[in-house]
Write a protein that binds this ligand. Structure first.
Ligand SMILES: *[C@@H]1O[C@H](CO)[C@@H](O)[C@H](O)[C@H]1NC(C)=O
Ligand SMILES: *[C@@H]1O[C@H](CO)[C@@H](O)[C@H](O)[C@H]1NC(C)=O
Ligand SMILES: *[C@@H]1O[C@H](CO)[C@@H](O)[C@H](O)[C@H]1NC(C)=O
Ligand SMILES: *[C@@H]1O[C@H](CO)[C@@H](O)[C@H](O)[C@H]1NC(C)=O
Ligand SMILES: *[C@@H]1O[C@H](CO)[C@@H](O)[C@H](O)[C@H]1NC(C)=O
Length: 470
């Protein structure tokens, strides 16, 4: 009996301790973006990272699965995306559960992503955000406090495209390892579906809460979204330290436009903003800054675009070797569209110290558009290759309905229909038989007859040859 009670109280203590840890240090950054899907309906896409075991429940064995561990919510309504401004009250619009994308029990993190639809009752403006009070504790007195990850949504029609804006989309990792005592450059991948000008800024105030200015001595190039810093003692970094980056990314029209035919927006007025918050750890390694794994062909090049026709199956090989470090590659993490499948890591049979993961995606018409994929390769030592991000662009296959007539060759690879007509035909779809009798080639009163890519002349008596000219 005595023993029983003891065990029970121990259990209670354990639960309380866990709750306390949850509240102190679990959030590790996130991002959200959106696009209109018709009416006042919006599709949101988000990604976030948590301390391992204190998030929605992503583990190494659950990659690709939906996880919704109730521990994240603790039964409360706290961990949800809400409409913070522009709605009646502050309604929750989606729980923060997600598809598990990558996790490391050893390194203590998990990350995932999800999409969800929400229909507003008017075109906006709105602020949609995820608020909480347990950003992970960082090593420069930052973190260990409130988080706020917010985006502005405006569904008024743009005069240039005749539909609402789409926000910029970023795909950073939620955790980067950047060696202590090295010069570092980090490019934040961003695309804008409308082709707007995109700028990156350090987040301020309510946009970043406990993690404003949390990367010491860093410079941000607004135009290229490149962050430059030195992970040195002189710049206030420590070996193995944790730091955070909080950015706000905005899109600007390239020419003056109006919203709903009345509200003017010039190229200096932003159309929307999205948050990007993530962690950087600065481990110390007993090797040179240059000794790290690297991506090799046929991995798509940094910043490149992989085109595929909707309906086709995409296959991409991500291949990394040891670079000039001596340690083998042991992990390749891929953050990309949820429907893209990733194989497990395998060693290439015929090439020494070279490892690969294969991505496959049976695309459909609903996948149309651009999707960023970012991948990270790291070795046994824990050193990572330079980040590799590329875009998969899924374009409509205009040839599928066989629009090109009369034996034409159909091409759709850039998403634009191109019918290459057989001789004698013209028109967008080669539907027009070229009239070889116009202008009339027959002379001396001959009658012209049109054929495919040919004509003949019926000559009046006394004249002969093809054009009745003699
Ligand atoms: C959101 O709506 C669009 C258009 O109806 C649909 O194609 C898409 O699958 C929806 N997304 C989700 C996550 O339900
Ligand atoms: C988060 O940011 C939004 C937009 O700036 C603001 O309305 C909201 O009050 C902020 N939340 C907190 C908890 O500060
Ligand atoms: C670091 O490297 C040096 C020489 O390359 C070696 O002598 C030393 O033992 C290494 N230290 C550790 C902790 O691996
Ligand atoms: C490592 O490789 C990079 C290029 O991949 C090269 O610039 C650098 O000099 C190499 N460093 C060492 C220590 O070999
Ligand atoms: C590194 O990988 C190769 C396969 O390419 C394997 O033969 C070798 O044993 C690995 N080295 C270590 C230290 O695991």
């Amino acid at each position: 009996m005595h023993l029983h009670t003891r065990a029970f109280s121990l259990h209670v203590v354990f639960i309380n301790l866990l709750a306390a840890i949850t509240l102190a240090t679990h959030f590790r950054g996130g991002t959200i973006s959106w696009r209109p899907v018709g009416g006042n309906e919006v599709e949101f896409f988000f990604k976030m990272g948590w301390t391992y075991g204190l998030g929605p429940g992503c583990t190494e064995s659950k990659i690709g699965q939906f996880v919704d561990d109730p521990l994240l919510n603790g039964g409360s309504t706290q961990n949800a995306w809400k409409c913070l401004q522009g709605c009646t009250g502050q309604p929750e619009i989606q729980p923060a559960h997600y598809f598990c994308m990558a996790a490391s029990s050893q390194e203590g993190w998990e990350q995932g992503q999800n999409t969800f639809n929400y229909t507003f009752d008017q075109p906006g403006l709105f602020v949609v955000g995820f608020e909480g009070n347990a950003w992970m504790r960082l090593d420069n007195g930052k973190g260990d406090g409130d988080w706020n990850v917010t985006t502005t949504v405006d569904l008024r029609d743009r005069s240039d495209i005749g539909q609402p804006n789409s926000s910029p989309v970023s795909s950073s990792q939620t955790l980067y390892y950047m060696q202590y005592d090295c010069h570092q450059e980090l490019d934040i991948p961003v695309i804008d579906p409308d082709g707007d000008e995109v700028r990156c800024y350090w987040a301020t105030g309510d946009e970043c809460k406990a993690v404003c200015n949390a990367l010491p001595g860093a410079h941000l190039d607004s135009k290229t979204c490149r962050i430059t810093f030195d992970t040195t003692k002189a710049s206030n970094y420590i070996p193995g330290g944790f730091y955070a980056v909080a950015l706000t990314i905005k899109d600007y029209p390239r020419t003056e436009i109006t919203l709903d035919g009345s509200v003017k927006k010039t190229p200096t007025d932003s159309l929307s903003s999205v948050p990007v918050q993530f962690l950087i750890q600065t481990p110390e390694f007993n090797v040179s800054c240059d000794a790290k794994p690297r991506f090799v062909a046929p991995t798509p090049a940094e910043g490149s675009e992989v085109l595929i026709l909707a309906g086709d199956k995409l296959t991409v090989h991500i291949v990394a070797d040891n670079g000039n470090d001596t340690s083998n590659v042991t992990t390749i993490d891929v953050m990309g569209p949820v429907r893209m499948h990733q194989s497990s890591l395998t060693a290439l049979p015929n090439v020494q110290n070279t490892f690969q993961k294969t991505l496959t995606w049976q695309t459909t018409l609903t996948d149309l558009g651009e999707h960023i994929v970012c991948t990270r390769a790291s070795n046994e030592r824990g050193k990572s290759a330079d980040q590799r991000c590329f875009t998969i662009k899924i374009v409509p296959d205009h040839c599928r309905s066989q629009p090109c007539k009369n034996g034409a060759t159909c091409q759709s690879i850039t998403g634009v229909l191109n019918c290459q007509c057989a001789p004698g035909y013209t028109g967008k779809h080669c539907e027009i038989d070229i009239d070889e009798c116009d202008p009339d080639p027959c002379q001396n009163g001959g009658t012209c007859q049109d054929h495919v890519n040919a004509y003949s002349c019926l000559c009046v008596p006394g004249f002969t040859d093809k054009n009745c000219s003699t």
